[in-house]
Ligand binder design. Structure first.
Ligand code: GRF
Length: 190
């Protein structure tokens, strides 16, 4: 199976996914990184993993649909079977969703439906809850609103600084995301 990963910035989940797929000898190839920013660390990470990249600057296009049409054409040309969003900070529009309904998943750093949006970790921390977590879900047209596939709890301790919690969440994400993808493959969901 050929995978495209979409990411916007740091890309620690991108690296974790690539390395887990190799380590676990999974029958997948990360054939493309789609990134909506120039000069972000995930691009170097892709080079390190030998993954081709496509940088799409949405401001170069009149609207989201035309930018997504360019991405969709590349996905079709590469015969991408499914898409993993990993820190891709844009809502997926109908142009991309159309071809990949049920073939696109996202990771969110909170226990959805709690704390959706850009600041899931911080929002849970500020709310003072004692448990947050990580959610893997199917992508739909909303913000972190698609059907939940799997969740993992992460504790918040009284002594935590926000950075402690961020680290703990990311550590969980890096193991959990590849594990869930493996399960989806084994179940024939992709
Ligand atoms: C992760 O916390 C992910 O859950 C969220 O964005 C963050 C991306 O981190 N959607 P990274 O770019 O993979 O390091």
């Amino acid at each position: 199976k050929k995978i495209a990963i979409f990411a916007s910035g740091e890309g620690s989940n991108f690296t974790a996914l690539c390395q887990a797929f190799t380590r676990e000898k999974m029958p997948v190839e990360v054939a493309l990184l789609v990134c909506d920013h120039q000069n972000v660390p995930v691009l170097q990470r892709a080079e390190n993993e030998g993954v081709p990249t496509m940088v799409v600057n949405f401001r170069d296009y009149p609207d989201k649909a035309s930018a997504e049409a360019v991405i969709a054409a590349r996905l079709a040309a590469e015969q991408i079977d499914f898409i993993l969003l990993a820190g891709y900070m844009r809502i997926i529009g109908p142009t991309l969703l159309a071809g990949y309904a049920g073939k696109m998943v996202n990771i969110h750093p909170a226990l959805l439906p709690n704390f959706p949006g850009r600041h899931g970790i911080e929002d849970a921390y500020e709310a003072g809850v004692s448990t947050t977590g990580v959610t893997i879900h199917w992508v739909d047209a909303g913000v972190d609103s698609g059907q939940i596939i799997a969740q993992r709890q992460v504790p918040i301790y009284n002594t935590d600084q926000l950075t402690d919690l961020e680290q703990r969440i990311h550590q969980v994400e890096h193991k959990f995301y590849p594990a869930v993808v493996k399960e989806l493959l084994e179940k024939g969901e992709f």
